[in-house]
Design a protein. Structure first.
Length: 86
C-alpha cells in the first residue's frame, strides 16, 4: 500500500535526486511558493521560486515494491524522518 514519507536530503543535489527518485516510479512532491518583487529600477517585477520545506521531499511509494534503503542509498539522500524511533 502506498504511503507518504518525508525524506531529508542535501539541497545541493535537489534536482538530480528528484530525477533519480522518479526513475524508481516513486511519486515526489516538493511544495513551492512564487514571490514577485517589484524592481526599483524598472516597471517590471522579478519572480522567485522558494521551496516551502527546503531539505525535505515528500515521497509516496509502497515500501514492499521500492524498499526505503533503495531510496536512502541515492546520492544526496540523508534518510527518512522518524518519530519515536519508527
Amino acid at each position: 500500500m502506498k504511503n507518504w514519507r518525508v525524506l531529508m536530503h542535501n539541497s545541493s543535489v535537489y534536482q538530480s535526486l528528484i530525477t533519480s527518485i522518479e526513475r524508481l516510479d516513486v511519486e515526489v512532491y516538493s511544495p513551492e511558493s512564487i514571490t514577485y518583487r517589484k524592481r526599483p529600477d524598472r516597471p517590471s517585477s522579478t519572480e522567485k521560486v522558494v521551496r516551502l520545506f527546503p531539505g525535505y521531499l515528500l515521497l509516496r511509494f509502497d515500501p514492499q515494491v521500492t524498499h526505503t534503503t533503495t531510496i536512502t542509498a541515492l546520492n544526496g539522500a540523508r534518510g527518512f524522518v522518524q518519530f519515536g524511533g519508527q
